[in-house]
Ligand binder design. Structure first.
Ligand code: GAR
Length: 199
């Protein structure tokens, strides 16, 4: 049985799409069983529906405070029994309570070479700092903002004439490939040595 992935996404969902495309390979060890967003207009929801994947919206405005929203979001995610929760362009901070419920099972992808440029404007911040190299990181999620341990990172050069949009698009090409690779590695159990084999 493939491992169960629940993807949280707020926007275009091209990272989600990379996972949906990867799982058409029968050798891919995971399956996206649900996509959850806080935004009803997230294109990621349309991508999920197109692939027959359950898409759910938990809008913050429906709850009296962030705590109640986090609990509802966590209940929604938990109902899909995830082996791994993937934040793929999810633009809200999750509460410590949410994180505890899925401890050791939440990863995020970020368009910056952490610890440089954490937060919601990593690409703009790299350009404003005059960086010649930036990149992307896939990391474990902890209670800080983009402070979890990095699982994989890839550099992307900043080109003359780059603006936020052109640089972000090039970073996302790298991010998609890296995310699929990391998810696949995390879900693949280590191979037992062949009987009689001695290293
Ligand atoms: C990605 O670059 C992702 O790293 C970023 O949003 C983009 C989503 O792209 N996430 C963050 O900045 C989180 N801090 P997508 O909607 O096309 O998948």
């Amino acid at each position: 049985m493939p491992a169960r992935l629940v993807v949280l996404a707020s926007g275009a969902g091209t990272l989600l799409q990379a996972l949906l495309d990867a799982q058409t390979d029968p050798g891919f060890p995971g399956e996206v069983v649900a996509v959850v967003s806080e935004r009803a207009d997230a294109q990621a929801l349309v991508r999920a529906a197109r692939h027959g994947v359950t898409a759910e919206v938990v809008p913050m405005a429906d709850f009296e405070d962030r705590g109640a929203w986090n609990r509802a979001l966590a209940d929604t995610v938990a109902a899909h029994r995830p082996d791994l929760v993937v934040l793929a362009g999810f633009m809200k901070i999750l509460s410590p309570e949410f994180l505890r419920r899925f401890q050791g099972r939440i990863i995020n992808t970020h368009p910056g070479l952490l610890p440089a440029y954490p937060g919601a404007h990593a690409v703009r911040d790299a350009l404003e700092a005059g960086a010649s190299i930036t990149g992307a990181s896939v990391l474990w999620v902890d209670e800080g903002v983009d402070t979890g341990a990095a699982i994989a990172q890839t550099e992307v050069p900043v080109l003359v004439g780059d603006d936020e949009s052109s640089l972000h698009e090039r970073i996302k090409v790298v991010e998609r490939e890296m995310l699929v690779h990391v998810v696949s590695e995390l879900l693949t159990p280590p191979r037992a040595s062949a009987p009689g084999f001695r290293a």
